[in-house]
Design a protein around this ligand. Structure first.
Ligand code: HQG
Length: 180
């Protein structure tokens, strides 16, 4: 499989399954699922070549396992990262004592003032280790790593969810739980 093709399919799927399904006339259900046959047909119609084998390859080999099939493989969704409102029905999960968030310097003052916000997504995204957080922050420039006192947050009643691809999700992180 050509990795460049797989990467461009992954980017296109992130766009339509997380942010803008209407770009290809696709409808997601309230849990974020798209019909696989419809997705393939509509991608091809819009010039994004896709077939079942290529989709299987992307689901299996994607570096962050961004997409998951339903048990019967008739449906597919993004496991996290949505900006559109979807109910992923993730189970509440007790987090480790510390989680990490990778960001960049230009956001630090605002984060010190108001904590971490969802911004355009449905959740704040946190990582279980610093290495992953460094990768997340590096998407935007020189990474700054914040340590989140997630155990203390959980004790104080904040909810945490673990996505199917092991990204920690929460609604907000007030500044008092962040070690800068
Ligand atoms: C920042 C990627 C100012 C926040 C990654 C981040 C992740 C604030 C940006 C996933 C702020 C939002 C999500 C505040 C937060 N003031 N800036 N109060 N609160 N921010 O992309 O965590 O490859 O929505 O630090 O790996 O960067 O797409 O969030 O820099 O898992 O699968 O606002 O996206 O995964 O950016 O990334 P994002 P994120 P994928």
């Amino acid at each position: 499989m050509n990795e460049n093709i797989a990467k461009s399919v992954s980017k296109f799927l992130s766009l339509v399954l997380r942010h803008s399904p209407e770009k290809i006339g696709l409808k997601l259900d309230e849990n974020g699922w798209a019909d696989v046959a419809e997705l393939i047909a509509k991608c091809n119609k819009k010039g994004q070549k896709l077939n079942p084998e290529l989709l299987d390859y992307v689901v299996e080999n994607n570096d962050k396992k961004r997409f998951a099939y339903s048990d019967d493989k008739t449906k597919i969704r993004a496991s996290q990262g949505h900006s559109i409102s979807v109910e992923l029905n993730l189970a509440e999960t007790e987090p480790l004592d510390f989680l990490y968030h990778g960001t960049v310097g230009k956001f630090m003052e605002s984060i010190r003032n108001e904590g971490l916000k969802k911004m355009s997504r449905q959740h704040v995204h946190l990582s279980k280790d610093k290495e992953t957080a460094i990768k997340v922050g590096s998407r935007r420039g020189a990474p700054q790593i914040l340590t989140i006192r997630s155990g203390a947050m959980f004790k104080d009643g904040f909810k945490f969810y673990l996505s199917d691809n092991n990204v920690w999700l929460t609604d907000e992180v007030p500044a008092k739980y962040i070690e800068f």
